[in-house]
Ligand binder design. Structure first.
Ligand code: NAG
Ligand code: NAG
Ligand code: NAG
Ligand code: NAG
Ligand code: NAG
Length: 445
């Protein structure tokens, strides 16, 4: 009896339908991504206003129902500048236990170079992954130079553990692995699903599209690989996975409850957050504020508040032996080719090879943000491991889709005449750079 797999009774075309549905939903999700234009036009030069006011501390995570849930229609009744309110989190005594700093191991795995290796890479074929996104399938969308798929990350003084899909599944057996964040994190999730799915027979795996939370399930391992759309970590007006391209960002800086209620039961969590904080000032609607009165703060300051609420959740809820938490650092953009090739005027368009210059760092990776993230994570002791992708991805100006992806908006003749003008230099082709981010997760798991 138990020998008969129950899924064998399913009609054979069901998985195909499910995949089609997923593709459809993925397409609609991917529409309305970052306004590439917006990021092109507004390199963030916001300077933080000096905040001399003594801080008022507020407790994060007011009980549900204490305030209305934000959605994309939420608006502020009035806006004043930031008053200096802060989230109270992590007692400073926890300092003594140093955080699990990956770089403190014998070798800094994040420091190294890219080595051309067309024997072991790519780790999967673009066309073999039924869950591939049209935003990231560069070959399918006309990219003919495929070298971007053939690079291996080689740390300077050690080796990255070799990807082994069976071993990864064994680590995931009976567990929930959840990616939480924005579209860069979703790209990493798709990469992980593509890396993992090949060894699971088509009738023993499934993908459940569920608006904000999407779940890939492998029955024989009783395991899931999930993605939760939460680009700003805390509750925000951009939490709708489809319609979130809004002129203004509004967040509840003290509320992670809405999202943490979905991620709290995951066994392994991979968070990211960055680019959404770089699109102008952010409106803050504190939970205790009853009259819709907002405060306004620059992106970095707002991100620090959100990271504070997130860190507070981790500090109080994560037991390191029971839950693994990773934070993926800033994903670099390659919007200005003059930064690696002085005098040139383009961006990532038509870039076919990585940057060779050791320690190259572009303006897309904001150093003050990195220092703030460093600070927040250092307070969390051993509760979170850093996947520091920034430097290694900085070298990969060749890894972005540029024009080789699906664009959902119609491109004008002027745009078509100037491909760089609509190139996506933010996301990453698959197979490609995010596969290595996942190898890093595998390395530390
Ligand atoms: C790898 O690249 C080299 C040089 O470009 C080429 O000669 C070789 O055939 C390639 N090998 C594979 C397996 O693609
Ligand atoms: C991959 O991992 C499995 C299970 O741990 C092991 O049996 C197998 O030998 C590994 N494969 C390689 C190529 O290392
Ligand atoms: C499957 O995994 C879940 C946790 O994700 C666990 O609660 C459940 O007991 C597992 N089921 C089996 C049959 O192992
Ligand atoms: C905005 O203010 C008006 C009048 O002060 C009040 O009636 C309304 O409820 C407020 N809106 C919100 C969203 O708090
Ligand atoms: C990540 O690496 C860079 C150098 O490549 C370093 O400056 C930064 O502090 C690291 N960030 C974290 C959070 O470990």
């Amino acid at each position: 009896m138990s020998m008969t797999p129950r899924w064998s009774r399913k009609k054979p075309h069901f998985p195909l339908l499910a995949v089609l549905l997923l593709v459809f939903i993925a397409c609609s999700i991917l529409y309305n991504e970052f306004s590439i234009q917006q990021i092109h036009e507004s390199p963030d030069h916001v300077t933080r206003s000096s905040q001399q006011t003594p801080f008022t501390y507020v407790k994060p995570n007011l009980p549900k129902g204490a305030s209305e849930v934000l959605d994309r229609f939420s608006s502020c009744n009035s806006t004043r500048s930031y008053s200096g309110k802060k989230i109270r989190w992590v007692d400073p005594d926890a300092e003594s236990g140093r955080r699990r700093s990956i770089s403190q191991e014998s070798c800094d795995i994040f420091s190294g170079k890219w080595v051309f290796d067309n024997e072991s890479y790519p780790l999967y074929k673009e066309s073999d992954c039924p869950y591939m996104s049209d935003q990231l399938a560069c070959h399918k969308h006309g990219r003919s130079d495929l070298q971007y798929q053939y690079w291996r990350w080689q740390p300077h003084n050690c080796n990255l553990k070799r990807w082994n899909v069976t071993e990864m599944w064994e680590k995931l057996r009976g567990k929930r692995l959840m990616f939480v964040g924005d579209s860069l994190n979703r790209g990493q999730w798709i990469s992980m699903v593509c890396l993992l799915q090949s060894v699971i027979p088509a009738n023993k795996r499934s993908m459940t599209p569920n608006a904000q939370l999407t779940i890939f399930r492998a029955e024989e391992y009783n395991a899931t690989v999930e993605f939760l759309w939460a680009p700003l970590l805390v509750e925000s007006n951009s939490d709708d996975p489809v319609n979130h391209r809004l002129a203004e960002r509004t967040i509840r800086p003290d509320s992670v409850l809405k999202h943490s209620s979905q991620w709290e039961h995951a066994d392994i969590l991979v968070f990211n957050s960055y680019l959404w904080w770089r699109q102008g000032p952010v409106k803050l609607l504190w939970s205790a504020e009853e009259n819709g009165a907002c405060e306004e703060l620059d992106g970095l300051g707002a991100m620090e508040l959100a990271m504070g609420a997130w860190a507070d959740w981790l500090a109080s809820k994560v037991i390191p032996l029971k839950k693994r938490v990773f934070f993926v650092t800033m994903s670099p953009t390659h919007l200005w080719s003059r930064e690696w090739e002085p005098g040139s005027e383009g961006n990532c368009y038509n870039q076919k090879t990585p940057i060779n210059e050791e320690s190259y760092w572009g303006s897309g990776s904001d150093l003050p943000t990195m220092r703030m993230v460093d600070k927040v994570l250092s307070h969390l002791s051993s509760k979170v491991s850093v996947i520091n992708i920034t430097q290694l991805s900085e070298y990969r100006k060749d890894g972005h889709p540029s024009i080789h992806r699906k664009f959902w908006e119609t491109l004008s003749p002027q745009q078509l005449a100037n491909p760089a003008s609509y190139s996506d230099c933010i996301h990453w082709c698959l197979p490609g750079v995010p596969d290595v981010w996942n190898e890093l997760v595998f390395h530390f798991l």
